[in-house]
Structure formats: structure tokens, C-alpha cells
Design a protein around this ligand. Structure first.
Ligand code: NAD
Length: 463
């Protein structure tokens, strides 16, 4: 059969249209043009999830775990490329951590009382469709960890991700939906919109079908969620100090602090943001940081240049500096630092701008204090009342206790790098939503459930 030029053209156009349609559908499970439609779809899928057996929910979560591991490098690369923040190696580790240690349905426990007057249970039930706002600092880590926990609790979730991390967040959302579909579950267990904005966020926050909002980010978003009139979980900003006293293993403290501070270029909100060191060990600590841990000692001149570069005139962070590595930051201020430079350090007063500001980049100011008592007061002041995270290096248990009480934070790591609190080189589970402000602490599946009491009067007690 001989086809004319125009017939061939028409066939080619038709095939290309079909391919394009398939392309735009694949890789976009859970992504909608309109926020109201996204919420509607999440509502439909929640009805299915709520009727699933716990075993079936767990199968989907296990499949999400596998898919995160399969895609850990892709997710890490996408995150770094899209946001310009962090580093691929550490982001891979963060994704593997999420895959392996995020709690699933086992986190949902039933409380029971039985006695002469019968049996009473407190069961943890789903809220329904949860609205979640996520940051650009750990974009896919937060989406994946939130979805696993929320799904374990029987919920589905609508995300309004950070506009600087849309593609990465959508890729993570797609992974969760593919996992659900592959296990016989519904599509749209996690949803979002193609273009999340403050307007789509406002629609989500006001929507009648969203009973619970979860905000992970800075003070603005947490305040917005807590002002919504709905139940809100607020995982806000921190500025974690690491206090080192004269009883600590100073060499180990130096290594732990630099390891914690430089992990993913200091993006985690729990990471060491400044050091408070007792006078008698301060010089040794800084010496170990410089000689054994790749720290660059910034002169007063370099400090001034860094202030002018990383903080804007209005006092906000220069986004181009957030999550950059130390060598890149130094290059921005005209310093060609040697290979292996991991962190920029300097000694300064507690009021120093690079010390009071939550920088989220490997710049670590050291504040010298005369003794432990002054150290505690300084650390409390530097934490700004966020009650988020604080760290201490000391072998004196009484002092550790005093510090923990004074700081009153959701996380306190003793004698280790900050990431030990996320179950990375420490016991316990990870999360990237640490509800410092509203008090839930490290969130997990149980956080995303509501308690329901069910009482059987005068029977079912077999004691
Ligand atoms: P960010 O506050 O700029 O943005 C976070 C999210 O909130 C984004 O999706 C953003 O679009 C949205 N948002 C901001 N203001 C809003 C408003 N008024 N109404 C509705 N949505 C709003 O934060 P970021 O730069 O993406 O992340 C870094 C900050 O988040 C740091 O302060 C860090 O400490 C904090 N953080 C906290 C946790 C935690 O678990 N506590 C975890 C990660 C990050």
C-alpha cells in the first residue's frame, strides 16, 4: 500500500500525540491541575484505605520502602538539582534511612482496660485526608516519610510542596501511588497540584474535608497552619546549639559536631548550627576541628564578607547560599579553600549574625563561655525558645540533665552527632517532621491518628 505524504504525516502526528499523552500521565500519579480536584480524589482513595486490612496497608508501605531504595539516587540527584541544596551522597543516605526505619502500622497501638465492669479499648483511627505543607530542604524525604506514616494510620494526604522543589516532590508522590497500585490499592493515596502556590495552600487549609494540617517549615508556615482554625501539627524552625564542657572527650566532640553540622550541607533542622564551648577546652576543640575535621578558620574579614553574602539586607537568608558546601561558600567570598574543606568556623560573641541566624549551611560559630553555667544560659538564648533541638558533649550526668531541662527541646543528643537523633547511628526511628512547636515531637504513624474509645459494659473480661 502506498501512503501519501499527508497520510504519513497524519499517522505520525497521531502516534506522537498518543506517546505524549502517555508520557504526561506516567510519572504523574497523584498530580492534578486543581487543588479542589486533588482533595476530592484523595477523599475517594481514603474511603478505600479506611476499609483496607492493616496487612494490606502494610504491604503498600513495604512496597514504598522498596521503591525508595530503588530510586534513592534518582531522588537525591533530583533534590540537589532542583533546589541547588545539599549533596547527593548524604541525600541517598537520608532516603535509605526513610525506607528502612520509618515506622509503619506497628506504630498504631491499642490501649485496653479490662476488669469487673467489662472491656474498654482506645483505638487509633484515621483523621481522613491530611493536608501537608513541605519544605525545600528535605523535599522528597518529608513527602515519603509523611505518606508512609499517614497511610499507616489509615489516612490519605494532600501535599502543597515548596515551589522550589515541585518536581522532586511530585516524583516522590508518584512513587507512593505506584506502590499502592502495584499492591492492589487505590491511586491517589498522596496527591498534589502541578503548580503549588500560596493560593493552593490556602484552598487546602480552608477545605472542609481536611481535618488535620501538618506544616514542616519555617515560622511563617507554622503560624499560618496554627491560625487556620483546624487542628495543626507544627514542625518549625530551630537553631540547635552544641555545648561542650571540660569533661567531654574533646577530640570526639570535635568530630561529632563537624559530622553532624556538615551532613547534607547542614540542611537538617536538627543539625548543629553553633557551638558553645567552655573556655578551658575551647582552643583544643577548635584545633581538632581544624586539624582533623576539615574546618576552615574564617578571619574577621571573611566573616564580614560571609555576612554580606549569606544574609540579605532585610535579614533573610540568601537562598543561593542555603545548603551549599563550605568550599562553594568560601569561593563566593573570594577564598579558594583547599580540597577537603568541610566546614567554616570562627570564634565570635553570641550576638554575631552568623551565630544567631539559622543558616542551614556549614558555617559554625564558636561562642566561648567561662563555665558550664554560662554555657547553659548562652545555649538557651541562642535556641531562641524554639524548643526544637540541642546537643551536648559532657561526661557529667548531672550537667547533661540540667542542660536538657533548661533547653527543653524536642531533641537532645548527648555525645554524638545530631543525626543520631534520627536513628542514624543512634536508636529510634527517623522523621523529617519534628513537631517542636506543637509538642508531638518526632512524628510517626501514631501522630497522624485520633484516639477513639470503645467500651463494652459488663462483659468480654475473661480475667
Ligand atoms: P519555608 O518556611 O520557606 O517553607 C516551608 C513550606 O511552607 C513551603 O512549602 C512554603 O511554600 C510554605 N510556606 C511558607 N510560608 C507560608 C505561608 N505563610 N502559608 C502557607 N505556606 C507557607 O521553609 P524551607 O526553607 O522550605 O525550610 C527550612 C525551614 O524549615 C527552616 O526554618 C527549618 O528549620 C524548617 N524545618 C523544620 C523541620 C522540622 O521538622 N521541625 C523540618 C524541615 C525544615
Amino acid at each position: 500500500m502506498n501512503l501519501s505524504e499527508s497520510q504519513i504525516q497524519s499517522i505520525v502526528t497521531s502516534v506522537m500525540t498518543t506517546i505524549k499523552a502517555q508520557e504526561s500521565k506516567s510519572g504523574c500519579h497523584g498530580v492534578f491541575e486543581d487543588m479542589n480536584v486533588a482533595i476530592e480524589e484523595a477523599k475517594k482513595s481514603q474511603k478505600i484505605v479506611a476499609r483496607m486490612s492493616i496487612d494490606q496497608r502494610e504491604k503498600i508501605i513495604s512496597r514504598i520502602r522498596e521503591k525508595i531504595k530503588e530510586n534513592a539516587e534518582t531522588l537525591a540527584r533530583m533534590g540537589v538539582e532542583e533546589t541547588g541544596m545539599g549533596n547527593v551522597g548524604d541525600k541517598i543516605l537520608k532516603h535509605v534511612l526513610v525506607a528502612e526505619k520509618t515506622p509503619g502500622t506497628e506504630d498504631i497501638k491499642t490501649l485496653a482496660w479490662s476488669g469487673d465492669r467489662g472491656l474498654t479499648l482506645v483505638e487509633m483511627g484515621p483523621f481522613g485526608v491530611i493536608g501537608a505543607i513541605t519544605p525545600c530542604t528535605n523535599p522528597s524525604e518529608t513527602v515519603l516519610c509523611n505518606t508512609m506514616g499517614m497511610l499507616a494510620g489509615g489516612n490519605t494526604v494532600v501535599f502543597n510542596p515548596h515551589p522550589q522543589a515541585i518536581k522532586t516532590s511530585q516524583f516522590a508522590i508518584n512513587i507512593c501511588n505506584e506502590a499502592s497500585l502495584e499492591c492492589g490499592g487505590p491511586d491517589n493515596v498522596a496527591v498534589t497540584v502541578f503548580k503549588p502556590t500560596l493560593d493552593t495552600s490556602a484552598i487546602m487549609m480552608k477545605h472542609k474535608d481536611i481535618p488535620l494540617l501538618v506544616a514542616t517549615g519555617g515560622p511563617g508556615v507554622v503560624t499560618a497552619v496554627l491560625s487556620s482554625g483546624k487542628r495543626g501539627i507544627g514542625a518549625g524552625a530551630g537553631n540547635p546549639p552544641a555545648l561542650v564542657d571540660e569533661t567531654a572527650d574533646i577530640r570526639k566532640a570535635a568530630a561529632d559536631i563537624v559530622n553532624g553540622c556538615t551532613f547534607d550541607n547542614n540542611l537538617p533542622c536538627i543539625a548543629e548550627k553553633e557551638v558553645v564551648a567552655v573556655d578551658s577546652i575551647c582552643d583544643d576543640l577548635m584545633k581538632y576541628m581544624i586539624e582533623e575535621n576539615g574546618c576552615y578558620l574564617a578571619s574577621k574579614e571573611v566573616q564580614e564578607k560571609l555576612i554580606a553574602t549569606v544574609i540579605t539586607e532585610k535579614g533573610a537568608l540568601n537562598r543561593k547560599c542555603v545548603g551549599r558546601d563550605a568550599k562553594t561558600l568560601l569561593k563566593m567570598v573570594g577564598v579558594d579553600a583547599p580540597e577537603g574543606t568541610r566546614c567554616i568556623i570562627f570564634e565570635g560573641p553570641k550576638e554575631h549574625k552568623l551565630i544567631t541566624t539559622e543558616l542551614m549551611m556549614p558555617i559554625l560559630g564558636v561562642v566561648r563561655v567561662k563555665d558550664f553555667e554560662e554555657g547553659v544560659a548562652t545555649a538557651v538564648w541562642l535556641e531562641h525558645g524554639n524548643r526544637h533541638s540541642a546537643h551536648i558533649h559532657s561526661k557529667n550526668v548531672d550537667r547533661i540533665t540540667e542542660y536538657a531541662r533548661a533547653l527543653d527541646t524536642a531533641i537532645l543528643v548527648k555525645n554524638g552527632p545530631s543525626y543520631a537523633a534520627l536513628g542514624f547511628g543512634g536508636e529510634g526511628f527517623p522523621t523529617f517532621t519534628i513537631a517542636s512547636r506543637t509538642g508531638e515531637g518526632l512524628t510517626s504513624a501514631a501522630t497522624f491518628t485520633k484516639r477513639r474509645r470503645c467500651t463494652m459494659s459488663d462483659s468480654l473480661c475473661i480475667r
